[in-house]
Design a protein around this ligand. Structure first.
Ligand code: P6P
Length: 322
């Protein structure tokens, strides 16, 4: 294995043919999304469609476009039986007799497009559990420990596909010269000790005392533990998690008075990120138990999330339980 290796060469040696075809189709769709994101200001596709999605959130034009692009590419791959998306009300059958299902946030953080902040596509792939034919919700409502592959594509200063098929985390950077995703990060491990905390501190008035006390711990001076930590918050989960994956740190979106189960979606935001960070030697919980052990009950359900370097997630737990 060497840097610069093409995605298809890597996949052929690291997974089965069906999964390879699915991930390649996903990567091709994300290339199209990346080009649209990079040219958004020129094509009048910034801003909103004027509609709200099933979440009650304003739909950005690019959310809608990205969702349609992924559905088309995944259908054409003939490997994806079912599709769940933040942008669709319910599950959709793509190819009745295909082996896999996918849960996606087609363009997470899309409200940041207009300000050129990093955004991304987040995905988690499962094997279907239902018999052949139309998919059922049971195919999607699986614990994160059943995940077969997961990752994200970050559209930032470069476009990078970060994913795992359960045997380490690998990064493929889009080479703008030849249009190929090429291996750039081999067997990524997140630093066990982080010095960055990432949270929307503006919500502090809605946090529990334990949460407030952990934030106070982060900002206190203590040479031995390299505190105060730095606060970094983009407001785009892919951007915040990607930075922490590389540099170490903790990203938190806790439950609070306004969002009693947190804001982020379990199936297509929390589980894929938790799968990645655990494969990179990190940790991901809902403040109490591993994200990957949670039993989903609704396809769009939310979860609190504490994810990143082990030392910080464990320290957060001490304060949350205190
Ligand atoms: P807040 C983007 O809208 C998103 O879903 C995540 O990407 C991000 O981490 C979070 O919401 C930001 O939420 O409430 O801090 O603006």
């Amino acid at each position: 294995m060497q840097k610069g290796m093409k995605l298809d060469e890597f996949l052929i040696n690291h997974t089965n043919l069906e999964m390879a075809k699915l991930l390649l189709a996903l990567a091709e769709g994300c290339k199209v999304i990346g080009r649209l994101v990079n040219n958004a200001g020129l094509n009048d596709i910034t801003g909103t469609t004027g509609e709200t999605n099933v979440q009650g959130e304003t739909v950005q034009k690019l959310d809608d476009l990205s969702n349609k692009i992924l559905m088309d590419y995944l259908t054409a791959s003939e490997t994806c039986a079912g599709y769940l998306s933040e942008e669709n009300e319910g599950i959709v059958t793509l190819r009745a007799n295909a082996p896999y299902t996918i849960s996606v946030d087609p363009l997470d953080g899309s409200s940041n497009i207009d300000v050129c902040a990093p955004i991304g596509t987040i995905f988690a792939i499962n094997e279907r559990v239902s018999q052949l034919g139309a998919v059922t919700e049971a195919d999607f409502l699986q614990k994160g420990d059943n995940t077969k592959a997961a990752g994200y594509v970050i559209y930032g200063s470069s476009t990078i596909l970060i994913f795992s098929v359960g045997k380490g985390v690998y990064g493929f950077t889009l080479n703008t010269q030849d249009g190929e995703f090429r291996l750039s990060n081999i067997d990524m491990k997140t630093p066990e000790k982080g010095k960055i905390y990432s949270i929307n501190q503006g919500n502090i008035g809605k946090f529990t005392d334990g949460m407030k006390n952990f934030i106070q711990y982060c900002v206190e001076s203590d040479k031995e533990t390299s505190r105060p930590y730095s606060l970094r918050y983009i407001g785009s989960m892919v951007g915040d998690v990607h930075r922490n994956l590389l540099k170490g740190g903790i990203f938190m979106y806790p439950a609070n008075k306004g969002e009693t189960k947190g804001k982020l979606r379990l199936l297509y935001e929390c589980i894929p990120m938790a799968y990645l960070l655990e494969n990179a030697g990190g940790m991901a919980t809902d403040g109490n138990q591993r994200i990957l052990e949670l039993q989903p009950t609704e396809v769009h359900e939310r979860s609190a999330i504490f994810i990143g370097s082990k030392n910080l997630v464990e320290k957060a737990h001490e304060f949350l339980k205190g």
